[in-house]
Design a protein around this ligand. Structure first.
Ligand SMILES: [Mg+2]
Length: 364
């Protein structure tokens, strides 16, 4: 695998398109398949092509509020073929964890949107509506209508001994008006009163990945995501390979400074990266090379990017414009195997300086 011990993530690449190398893609939704109300341009077509290559697709969301039926209907509207059984939500992972912990039929108080209680019922749990019904667990997920009364009920139940389970701990959710309170913020309201830390089952917890593997039957899954702290970290904790796309919240500067447990195996501009080989990054003569690009450490510890290969007539094998960034990441991560660090980067020539500026890196 590309994450073999000692190897720097991203360095191996893949000479086979991921759609032919992995049996299942576990796709994050927001920032990968869609952004806000719209599909990411080109992604519905790319996913259809991946499917034609024999790859199965699972749609994985930390947002617990919607049911799989609602998510599948939304995806179908965006011309992404999806059935409810292709959707894995953090509510389902939470329900599985609670059923394993407390047994089928256990009484659970849901706090959140319809997706939470639907998942609990599907897992054979008994849904109750008040602390007086003596719930053994409270499962809390995101829901727009969660208010004081539900939070108070959760507080009383947890104080009476119910296990507090959170579908995810994301403090905020993106919106056109900027970040708004996410499930983590609402969970913090309950924890602020009970003082009891919750069990969190969504990404990056391995419970979420296990739920994905259980539901898809994946033998060699590839996690595709836009967030380092949920998608990529979740994949690494579960021992799965991962592909980071740049259509969501992660920009090149964040990627370059990624901590070791949040470094992806593959990188692409968008989910179209499932369909093409990914070039390796190779170390020769103290220089990291990827396609036509090269990176070397210069005096003062800065990393110098150049596209010297281009003048020699070489062309980047990836052709997606990210080979220089791949080389920078591998060079930086090789120097920082144990910590995340933002390197100083410089361009050796106008093309390199232009690329760095386009990625928001360095002072061109
Ligand atoms: Mg996302």
């Amino acid at each position: 695998m590309t994450t073999a011990s000692g190897a720097v993530p991203l360095a191996a690449g893949t000479d086979t398109a991921p759609s032919r190398r992995y049996d299942v893609a576990l796709l994050d939704l927001d920032g990968v398949v869609y952004v806000g109300p719209d599909a990411v341009p080109g992604v519905p077509g790319a996913l259809a092509s991946a499917r034609r290559d024999g790859m199965r697709l699972g749609y994985v969301t930390n947002n617990a509020s919607r049911t799989p039926e609602e998510v599948a209907a939304h995806l179908t509207e965006l011309e992404v073929a999806a059935a409810p059984e292709d959707v894995i939500t953090s509510s389902q992972a939470a329900a599985t964890v609670v059923a394993e912990l407390l047994g089928a039929g256990a009484r659970v108080l849901p706090v959140g949107g319809p997706g939470v209680s639907a998942a609990l019922r599907s897992a054979g749990l008994t849904v109750v509506t008040s602390a007086e019904e003596d719930p053994q667990a409270v499962v809390q997920g995101y829901g727009k209508d969660v208010g004081w009364a539900q939070l108070a009920e959760a507080v009383v139940a947890v104080r009476n001994g119910a296990r507090h389970v959170a579908t995810n701990a994301d403090a905020s959710i993106p919106s056109p008006r900027g970040p708004l309170p996410g499930n983590g913020a609402m969970v913090a309201v309950v924890v602020g009163v009970t003082g009891t830390p919750p069990l969190v089952t969504g990404k990056p917890d391995p419970a979420m990945h296990a739920e994905c593997v259980r539901r898809t039957g994946a033998r060699r899954p590839l996690v595709v995501g836009d967030r380092l702290d949920t998608d990529i970290e979740g994949a690494r904790r579960a021992g799965a390979d991962s592909l980071l796309v740049l259509t969501g919240v992660t920009d090149p500067a964040l990627l370059l400074a990624a901590e070791p447990h949040r470094r992806p195996d593959l990188l692409a501009p968008d989910a179209g990266g499932l369909l093409v080989p990914h070039p390796p990054v190779e170390l020769r003569d103290r220089t990291w090379r990827c396609g036509a690009w090269s990176v070397r450490a210069v005096e003062g510890g800065a990393l110098e990017l150049s596209d010297e290969g281009r003048s020699a007539g070489e062309r980047s094998s990836g052709g997606d414009g990210l080979d220089g960034l791949r080389a920078l990441c591998v060079a930086n991560w090789a120097q920082h195997p144990d910590d995340g660090a933002a390197p100083q980067v410089v361009g050796a020539d106008p093309a390199a300086a232009g690329a760095l500026a386009a990625w928001g890196l360095g002072r061109a």
